[in-house]
Design a protein around this ligand. Structure first.
Ligand code: NAD
Ligand code: ZN
Length: 353
């Protein structure tokens, strides 16, 4: 039985970002209190950053690169930069403002500031010993549910595996739908579809319970309202959060393992990888039909036969990486998954992508 942790506080609604000042004032206990801001590089030259409550004398402002998804080496480099700047004065808060990439980077740095070692030392389940720095998540694109989960996904030299710990859960989140208006259409849909896929995989798996089923069903129904009816950004924020809560306390299924293989070998970003993988999984998930309707309604055309010229070695590496995800695959197929989801079957799916 899992003891499921939730985000402690949330501020919700258009303009909620303006409440950040008040939240931080409660944390700034002295005139030299430091707050670390990790902000998606997209916002670098935008007026919004000038309006954030950043104390230019003490605070540390880092624009996180989203070119690649979080890598341990990159995070360790940011950590060194922060440690060199704070000279022993532990920050009172850390903020991750951006998508799943930036929020996860902030989660990891929060942990590394209070635990010895490097990011890769904590990849796995419940390896973190000390609570991290007080952390605030401010999503600016919605669907991963990273604002809700105890996971910080990262790749290191040896593996792509999240840090899974109660100490990775944000203490405070700020959900302000005004922040997503600048997201490009394709990226918006890929990340939103991540939420849809989390819910389908969670519902069609075997490790769910009445709580995660309720989260996933509600999230799916909101996503249907939004993508087959009227777009409502506030509803999308709720769907993302609930989808994250559903999957964090149950598991993903067939699509995410395939996407991990695609990301690891081909370097595809998460939202895109899950979207192109799910598109080929109608034999397992009848929802793929509806998913295709949604994509076509929103004029998202996926590339065809993307992997047709890929070397046999790369395909083989992907098959191996995909079949390493034992827990999700068991969640989807049961204990006998190896005999059902054979290497040939995986290869067949990859060659259709
Ligand atoms: P992302 O954070 O990688 O951002 C995608 C792109 O959108 C980037 O180019 C970014 O600069 C841009 N962007 C973000 N906000 C914007 C805005 N308001 N306007 C314009 N552009 C904006 O994308 P994502 O899909 O949110 O996150 C993917 C990452 O999240 C992956 O690393 C994945 O593994 C991880 N993830 C984490 C969890 C979790 O529980 N922690 C769950 C699912 C996925
Ligand atoms: Zn996902």
């Amino acid at each position: 039985m899992k003891n499921c942790k939730n985000v402690q506080d949330y501020l919700f609604g258009k303009g909620a970002i303006h409440e950040l000042k008040g939240v931080l004032e409660q944390k700034r206990i002295s005139s030299d209190s430091i707050v670390v801001f990790i902000i998606d590089e997209f916002f670098k030259n935008l007026e919004l950053v000038n309006k954030l409550p950043i104390n230019k004398n003490n605070d540390i402002l880092i624009f996180a690169s989203t070119k690649d998804e979080p890598h341990a080496d990159y995070i360790n480099g940011l950590l060194d930069q922060i440690i060199n700047n704070i000279v022993g004065n532990q920050p009172v808060a850390i903020i991750g403002m951006g998508g799943g990439t930036t929020m996860d980077i902030a989660k990891v740095i929060s942990i590394l500031l209070t635990n010895t070692g490097y990011a890769e030392d904590y990849q796995g389940w419940d390896l973190v010993k000390n609570p991290g720095i007080y952390k605030i998540g401010i999503p600016t694109i919605f669907g991963t549910g990273a604002e809700a989960t105890r996971t910080a996904v990262l790749t290191s030299k040896i593996k792509k595996l999240g840090i899974n710990s109660d100490y990775s859960v944000f203490d405070q989140i700020i959900q302000d739908s005004n922040l997503m208006v600048t997201v490009p259409k394709e990226q918006f849909m890929y990340t939103a579809m991540d939420s849809y896929i989390h819910c389908v995989e969670s519902l069609r798996g075997s490790t769910n319970d009445a709580m995660t089923i309720a989260f996933a069903q509600k999230s799916l129904s909101l996503l249907r309202d939004i993508f087959l009816g009227d777009m409502d950004y506030d509803k999308l924020m709720v769907a993302s959060y609930l989808g994250g809560s559903a999957v964090a306390n149950s598991n993903v299924g067939i699509c995410h393992p395939i996407s991990y293989g695609l990301s690891l070998v081909m370097g595809y970003h998460h939202g895109f990888a899950v979207t192109i993988a799910f598109n080929q999984l109608e034999e397992y998930y009848p929802e793929v039909k509806e998913f295709k309707t949604i994509l076509s309604k929103h004029k998202i055309v996926l590339p065809e036969k993307l992997l047709k010229d890929i070397s046999a070695n790369k395909i083989e590496s992907m098959v191996v990486a995909i079949r390493k995800n034992e827990k999700p695959l068991e969640n989807a197929f049961g204990k006998d998954w190896r005999n059902i989801f054979t290497a040939d079957k995986v290869k067949d799916i990859l060659l259709r992508i």
